[in-house]
Write a protein that binds this ligand. Structure first.
Ligand code: 13P
Length: 291
């Protein structure tokens, strides 16, 4: 049914207090699994690809597969470039039909973050229909090429968030609030809910303007996820959990069928395992039936 940008599916999510899952994929079968789960649960979807897998699979190939799939299903789907530090690569994905672009200049001084983010925003908005996500503060952990040590991470300053939005015209904001990429080292990670609430109030007080993104979904306790969604987390990122699901499924299948040489059966098993896992996240995000 629909090729959409992220902003248009996240404004209603912000207002009705559910989250749209943004799932990182590293191959086409994972992409199909994520889509199937959302079609079955009638949920809007953001497919995410980090820079390394996008270069491996091909930014043009991904754009073509995405548009073919999105035009043939009954739910809105966005294709998002995740954590890209290269302004030119951001622009080239937008040129090819990716519909949400994340320029991650969060490691740079504030003024440079503004400048790079604005450059990508201007390009995407001139093309029409492409939204842009920016990050303020730094999320710790590892996501593809972005590696931030825990003691080097910095939380988002709410006052700066407003200036950042005004000066860049960015469509979505990912504020660092203590969540982390990868597996949490503790069962109760330190997440600054108050800071997140303050940012949500300042940015989307009376009506949704700039939907908020939560990074580091994997391993967050379910009550944390529900609380962040209730406070205005409209785009919820999940990557590591799908990587684990995929590798574990492949390992399980091959261990049980060591003498079988039928890749199709392995693909079906890994695809179904991924689909089941994604459905659990959709239920948690409250996005079922919203498409
Ligand atoms: P996790 O790998 O912790 O799920 O984080 C995903 C993410 O935030 C991608 O940008």
């Amino acid at each position: 049914m629909a090729i959409v940008n992220a902003k248009e599916i996240l404004i209603p999510a912000t207002e009705a207090k559910y989250a749209v899952g943004a799932f990182n994929i590293t191959n086409i079968i994972q992409m199909e699994a994520v889509v199937d789960a959302h079609v079955e649960m009638k949920a809007p979807l953001i497919i995410q690809v980090s820079v390394t897998p996008s270069k491996f699979l091909g930014q043009d190939v991904l754009a073509a597969v995405y548009s073919t799939i999105a035009e043939n299903v009954s739910i809105p789907i966005c294709l998002h470039l995740d954590h890209c530090r290269e302004v030119d690569y951001c622009k080239s994905c937008a040129d090819m039909g990716w519909t949400n672009i994340m320029i991650d200049a969060s490691r740079l001084p504030f003024e440079q973050n503004i400048q790079q983010t604005k450059e990508v925003v201007d390009h995407c908005h001139a093309l029409g229909g492409i939204s842009v996500e920016g990050e303020l503060g730094t999320v710790s952990g590892v996501e593809d090429q972005v590696v931030v040590a825990e003691d080097a991470s910095q939380l988002c300053d709410p006052e700066q968030a407003l200036i950042f939005i005004e000066e860049t015209g960015v469509d979505l904001l990912a504020p660092a609030i203590g969540t982390a990429h990868g597996v949490y080292k503790t069962a109760n990670p330190k997440v600054d809910f108050e800071r997140f609430a303050r940012i949500a109030e300042m940015v989307n007080g009376k009506s949704a303007r700039v939907p908020l993104v939560v990074h580091g979904g994997t391993g967050l306790p379910e009550d944390y996820v529900r609380k962040l969604v209730a406070l205005g987390g409209a785009k919820f990122n999940v990557s590591t959990d799908l990587k684990h699901t995929w590798i574990d499924a492949v390992h399980t299948y091959i261990s049980a069928h060591r003498d079988e040489y039928d890749p199709g059966k392995l693909d079906v098993y890994a695809r179904n395992s991924t689909k089941d896992k994604v459905k659990e996240w959709i239920a948690l995000f409250g996005s079922a039936g919203k498409a």
